[in-house]
Design a binder for this molecule. Structure first.
Ligand code: NAI
Length: 334
């Protein structure tokens, strides 16, 4: 079973090699992302393994099919960067890692909220410079605040439970309701009510064709003045230009994002010697009340181990055509 991995970093190799001690799989690792520029180089592999910013469009899929690739294995949860219709048409199975560590992402979301609110990143630098002043570090209590959550799946649910521990009031919007969360005191409301009521709004739904730019000029206008927005889900859920306007007008009190619309051009790379040409990102980074991390919410030891184990199990199942109809890891098998 030969697998070509794209967008790999040293830690990907480490965890996938650790899970292949018996040598059942043969690996090819590429640092570049998968896209039209490289797909013709794919040769003699059964599987391509891709991550969040690989572009697996129709053109790429048609070449993969010609090259005899039978399975596209995503080592992430979202399918949004794969043209699923094209894969189905070309008879290539597509699988993902539906859950590796929801807590990893939920905990990072909370870490970002606490950092943004209590300004620990600024305090750390100040104290190292022997500046012990508190001016400019004022935060607010989370206890008693209303947290609005869009998407109460695995990650949203873990996030809700942590925030409940802080003593927050929890409101949510989802297409499906989670009875356990309701029993624990969460209320499902309409999106309009969520926008009106939330002091802190956190996005945990997948990116689909219907919810691109879910947070836009109109939805931001409905929100409370000074609302804090958190997005550890997918960048394009937010219209970044509208958010910049809302930050300038102080409508938004703060923004913490682990994902960004144009992240594929910058994230997962060291660009410290480079002139970044993305003016929107540069503008975002210039706000004192914006915190950006580079898609690291999943990045824990537990999650990386689970991603490697599930991906390799998916590859075996997929290639041996032993996929159950209701397997959540497979969008469809061949
Ligand atoms: P999940 O599938 O368990 O939950 C998603 C929830 O969103 C479901 O309850 C679903 O009904 C709901 N939903 C779908 N469309 C919606 C809409 N338009 N409005 C409101 N709710 C909607 O997924 P999980 O594991 O909780 O992951 C959520 C998202 O988190 C993923 O789609 C992915 O984009 C992102 N993610 C980010 C990571 C990071 O490192 N920053 C890592 C893993 C996932």
């Amino acid at each position: 079973m030969k697998i070509a991995f794209f967008s790999t970093q040293p830690y990907d190799r480490l965890f996938f090699e650790r899970e292949n001690a018996a040598g059942k799989f043969a690996y090819q690792f590429y640092e570049t992302h998968l896209g039209p520029h490289i797909v013709r180089a794919v040769e003699g592999v059964d599987v391509v393994c891709v991550f969040v910013n690989d572009k697996v469009n129709r053109e790429v899929i048609s070449v993969l099919a010609q090259k005899g690739v039978r399975l596209i294995a995503l080592r992430c949860a979202g399918f949004n960067n794969v043209d699923l219709a094209a894969a189905k048409e070309y008879g290539i199975a597509v699988c993902r890692v539906p859950a590796y560590s929801p807590e990893a992402v939920a905990e990072h979301t909370v870490a970002m909220l606490l950092t943004l609110n209590r300004k620990t990143h600024k305090a750390y630098n100040r104290v190292r410079e022997q500046n012990f002043s508190l001016n400019g570090l004022l935060g607010f209590n989370l206890h008693g605040r209303t947290v609005g959550v869009v998407g109460t799946g695995k990650i949203g649910k873990a996030f809700c439970r942590i925030m409940r521990g802080f003593g927050c009031r929890l409101l949510a919007f989802d297409l499906y309701h989670d009875d356990e969360l309701v029993k624990e005191g969460l209320h499902y409301v309409s999106l309009d009510e969520l926008y009106r009521e939330a002091d802190i709004l956190s996005l945990h739904c997948p990116l689909t064709e219907d919810n691109r730019h879910l947070l836009n000029k109109a939805s931001l206008e409905q929100m409370k003045d000074g609302v804090i927005v958190l997005n550890t889900s997918r960048g394009a859920l937010i219209d970044t230009v509208a958010v910049i306007d809302a930050l300038k007008s102080r409508k938004l009190g703060g923004l913490a994002i682990d994902v960004y619309e144009q992240e594929e051009k910058v994230f997962f790379r060291d660009l410290s010697d480079t002139v970044i040409k993305d003016d929107t990102l540069q503008r975002l980074m210039s706000f004192p009340n914006v915190l950006i991390t580079a898609h690291q919410a999943f990045f824990t030891d537990e999650a990386l181990g689970q991603i490697a184990r599930t991906t390799l199990a998916n590859v075996e199942k997929g290639l041996q055509q032993q996929v159950r109809e209701d397997d959540p890891a497979f969008r469809f098998s061949r």
